[in-house]
Design a protein around this ligand. Structure first.
Ligand code: IMP
Ligand code: MG
Length: 178
């Protein structure tokens, strides 16, 4: 059975409405944390966080700059543990308040890599790691998002930007494949 034939097997885990409510709550946390005056640089970690990112930034009240990077560590649903920088072209972010926006933290390898890389390169004024989803029970590295939306346990989820083999990113809800 290929990925598309599995569409019928997808069960809804989190509805589109529940996601929107959570995204708004996360945005409110950022609005409170940074206020409305200071500039904030948000880094979208492609491709998984693209939909979360575009919904999130539209709820923010401060002046923002948006940047995009792409790293990969995944082969289908198995992590290789090796981070490849597919797209990594950031301006000088020294003295900036930075928020890294991820879709999901699983083993923590990507999160640790990005936090270390951006800290080392820029010594930013502040760095906050936001992830819509957290799989606390599958962590291999002791790293935790400063802000997260849902702890989803040990499930492989798709939709709202997250994929299986490149598919399902456009689902408006979060589903899981049993
Ligand atoms: P980590 O480096 O193991 O924490 O993996 C992070 C990346 O793996 C995420 O940014 C996702 O792209 C991908 N990933 C981890 N779990 C899932 C999942 O359940 N569904 C889809 N992608 C996932
Ligand atoms: Mg990701």
């Amino acid at each position: 059975m290929n990925a598309l034939e599995q569409t019928n097997e997808i069960k809804v885990l989190i509805s589109a409405q529940e996601i929107q409510k959570k995204v708004w709550e996360i945005a409110e946390k950022l609005n409170e944390k940074y206020g409305t005056n200071e500039e904030l640089t948000l880094i979208c970690v492609l491709s998984g966080s693209v939909i979360f990112f575009s919904d999130l930034v539209r709820c923010l009240k401060m002046p923002t700059k948006l940047e995009f990077i792409k790293v990969s560590s995944y082969e289908n649903s198995l992590t290789t543990g090796i981070i490849k920088e597919v797209l990594f072209n950031l301006p000088n972010l020294k003295e900036k308040d930075i928020v890294i926006v991820e879709d999901i933290v699983d083993t923590g390898i990507t999160a640790k890599y990005l936090i270390d890389r951006i800290t080392k390169d820029f010594h930013p004024k502040s760095l906050c790691f936001v992830s819509l989803f957290d799989k606390k029970c599958t962590r291999k590295i002791d790293v935790h998002p400063d802000i997260y939306g849902f702890d989803i346990g040990n499930k492989f989820i798709v939709g709202y930007g997250l994929d299986y083999d490149g598919y399902y990113r456009n689902l408006p809800y979060i589903g899981y494949i049993e």
